[in-house]
Write a protein that binds this ligand. Structure first.
Ligand code: RIB
Ligand code: CA
Length: 314
């Protein structure tokens, strides 16, 4: 079966970690490189988290660190992932080092060397992707699509009006550049990712799948804490951007125009999704708004089992 070549740009982050667990377990995907961005925590932390996650998974993939600094505004870091950016699980020492090139250079090198168009999977802020697109415009034609976690049509948690989604909001200028790049975008925003939940009582089921299952359960236990009592489970935002590449049939999408509000005093950084076509603007994204949650959870369990089976063969 022909694998889909992808580059993941992430800011681990608990849900980024689960996205990596899924991506690196599936035969359909060829993870060519992982680039790291600041977001949940500065890139020094999200970078080390990425290397430690690869150590748990027993995988070696080219990794390069990018920036924590938005193009025009001040950096902002979430605390929901804890001080380390990956609080909760006990993390091993890395088994590899990051490359001594930047994330943008690794993006360019990987795309240039690929003999087929690459899918980008950003699951954090979009600074690395925007700088890559601005610095290497001739490589845009070798980007097949961008399957990203970010944005939302109807709700948010960031910005003065709490109407923006974190990844898009932290550097909304970078997000604007990406959404106007002309590259096909599949936008997994809160509309779908808040439905991609693992009920708290399911966490323990992951512990049945060896070391990686225990890792995922520990991630769910920590990341799920702030949602308990008012949400049906832990939202695994970032894994949606990977799951769509593996099983698009479990998602519902609509091609619409998405604008990033750049000027609103209370709404800057919000994604304005034109579901009705009223703006008269042609669609620039495929917005994902529904998911078969049971199938999604099954994918995560089978991903953990894949590592367990490999562990047994060693
Ligand atoms: O808004 C959710 C996004 O912000 C996820 O990517 C999470 O990891 C954080 O980066
Ligand atoms: Ca993330």
């Amino acid at each position: 079966m022909k694998k889909i070549p992808i580059i993941i740009d992430c800011d681990p982050g608990h849900d980024d970690a689960i996205a990596l667990v899924l991506a690196l377990s599936d035969e359909k995907l060829d993870v060519k490189a992982i680039t790291v961005v600041g977001g949940n925590q500065p890139v020094e932390k999200t970078g080390q988290n990425t290397l430690r996650i690869l150590a748990i998974l027993g995988k070696q993939v080219p990794v390069a660190f990018g920036t924590s600094t938005p193009l025009l505004v001040k950096p902002y870091h979430a605390q929901v992932h804890g001080e380390s950016g990956l609080d909760g699980p006990k993390m091993p020492e890395p088994i590899q080092k990051q490359l001594d090139i930047s994330a943008v250079e690794l993006l360019a090198k990987t795309v240039e060397e690929s003999n087929e168009p690459i899918t980008l999977v950003p699951t954090g802020t979009l600074m690395n992707i925007a700088i890559f697109l601005l610095s290497y415009p001739h490589l845009k034609s070798k980007i097949k699509q961008i399957s990203m976690m970010g944005g939302s049509a109807v709700s948010g948690c960031s910005g003065p009006g709490d109407v923006a989604e974190f990844n898009v909001w932290v550097d909304y200028h970078a997000s604007h550049i990406v959404f106007h790049s002309g590259i096909p975008i599949i936008m997994h925003g809160y509309d779908v990712t808040n439905k991609a939940v693992i009920p708290y009582e399911h966490n323990e089921k992951f512990r049945e799948h060896g070391k990686v299952g225990i890792f995922v359960a520990d991630l769910l236990d920590f990341f799920g804490k702030p949602f308990r009592g008012h949400w049906p489970g832990t939202p695994i935002h970032d894994a949606c951007a990977i799951a769509w590449l593996i099983a698009p049939e479990i998602f519902e999408t609509k091609k619409v125009h998405v604008a990033i509000d750049l000027d609103g005093e209370w709404t800057y950084g919000a994604t304005v999704v034109d579901f009705t076509g009223e703006s008269g603007q042609s669609p620039n994204a495929e917005v994902v708004f529904d998911i078969d949650r049971d199938r999604f959870e099954e994918m995560l369990h089978s991903a953990c089992k894949t590592y367990e089976e490999k562990e047994r063969q060693l």
